[in-house]
Design a protein around this ligand. Structure first.
Ligand code: MLT
Length: 264
C-alpha cells in the first residue's frame, strides 16, 4: 500500500487485527526484512511495516534525513492509519529511529523493541567514513553499499549465496538519493545514551550473538541503560537476526509481548 506522508509517497504493509506492532527496518534495507514477522504475528496483531523514506519502495527527498524526520513520518503514518499506540520494533537504523520516536512521542508507544542497535552516536571517524560512502554512492550508485553490507548482515554460518541474494533483494529498491540521505542522517545523529533512563515503556533488546555490525556488547549496554529493559541474545544469528533466525526471534518477541501486560 502507498500513502502520501509528509509530502512523500510511503509504501507500507498493514495486515491483521489486534494490538498494533510497528516494524521499522534498518539501512539500506526495506520492509521485506520483516516478512517472517508479518507472517508470524498477523493472526493476533495488526502488523504495520513501512519502507522508510528513500528506501525500499518509498519515494526519496533531497538532503540528509535526520532520525527524527523518519520518526515524524512514522507518527504521521500512524495518524493516517489510526493505529493508536503501538509496540515499536526497530532494527539497527530503525532502532535509532525508534529512540528518536520514543523521545518525541512517548504517548504513542505501548512498548519498545530494539533489535541489533545502539544509542551512541558515530565517532568522528565513523561519521567521516559515512560521508565518504555517501559521496561514493553519488558517484558510483547504490551497489557500493549493497556489496559492502550484504555479506555482513548474516552470521558466518548462513553467509551462503542463496541467503545473501535474498538479503540483497531487500536493498535492491533503495535509490541513491535515499541511501545518501540516510547515511548523512546517521552521521549527524545525536547521542541518545543520556536520555535512555527516561524511557518509561516496557522495553526488550534483542541481539544476534554473531552480529558483526552492532556487536552484542552494544545491545547489552543499551539494555542496562533502560529502566527494566530485558535482553535476549539469539544464537547463530548475525545483524539481520529477525530474518536469519525468525523462529527464535518470533518466539522471544511473542513471549515478551505476553509477559508485558502494557503491550497487550
Ligand atoms: C543498519 O543495519 O541499519 C546499519 O548498519 C546501521 C549503521 O550503519 O549504523
Amino acid at each position: 500500500m502507498l500513502k502520501e506522508i509528509n509530502g512523500i509517497q510511503i509504501a507500507y504493509t498493514d495486515v491483521g487485527e489486534g494490538s498494533p506492532l510497528l516494524f521499522v527496518h534498518g539501512f539500506p534495507l526495506s520492509r521485506g526484512t520483516w516478512s517472517k514477522q508479518v507472517a508470524g504475528f498477523k493472526a493476533h496483531h495488526r502488523v504495520i511495516a513501512p519502507d522508510l523514506r528513500g528506501l525500499g519502495e518509498s519515494a526519496s527527498s533531497p538532503g540528509p534525513v535526520a532520525m527524527s524526520r523518519f520518526a515524524e513520518d512514522l507518527y504521521a503514518l500512524m495518524q493516517r492509519l489510526a493505529t493508536g499506540p503501538v509496540v515499536l520494533v526497530g532494527h539497527s537504523m530503525g532502532g535509532y529511529v525508534a529512540l528518536a520516536f520514543a523521545k518525541a512521542y512517548p504517548k504513542a508507544l505501548r512498548g519498545l523493541v530494539l533489535v541489533g542497535t545502539k544509542a551512541g552516536k558515530d565517532s568522528p571517524e565513523a561519521a567521516a567514513a559515512r560521508r565518504a560512502t555517501a559521496e561514493k554512492v553519488r558517484a558510483e550508485g547504490v551497489s557500493v553499499v549493497v556489496d559492502a553490507m550484504a555479506p555482513k548482515m548474516l552470521s558466518p554460518g548462513h553467509d551462503d549465496p542463496a541467503m545473501v541474494s535474498l538479503v540483497r533483494g531487500f536493498m535492491a529498491g533503495s535509490r541513491p538519493e535515499g541511501v545518501i540521505g540516510a547515511l548523512q542522517g546517521m552521521a549527524d545523529r545525536p547521542d541518545a545514551t543520556a536520555w535512555l533512563e527516561q524511557i518509561r515503556v516496557p522495553t526488550l533488546v534483542i541481539t544476534g550473538t554473531d552480529d558483526a555490525i552492532i556487536p552484542p556488547s552494544e545491545s547489552a549496554a543499551l539494555a542496562q541503560s533502560i529502566p527494566g529493559a530485558k535482553l535476549q541474545s539469539i544464537p547463530k544469528a548475525g545483524h539481520l537476526v529477525a530474518f536469519e533466525q525468525a523462529e527464535a526471534f518470533n518466539a522471544g518477541l511473542s513471549n515478551w509481548l505476553t509477559s508485558e501486560k502494557a503491550t497487550q
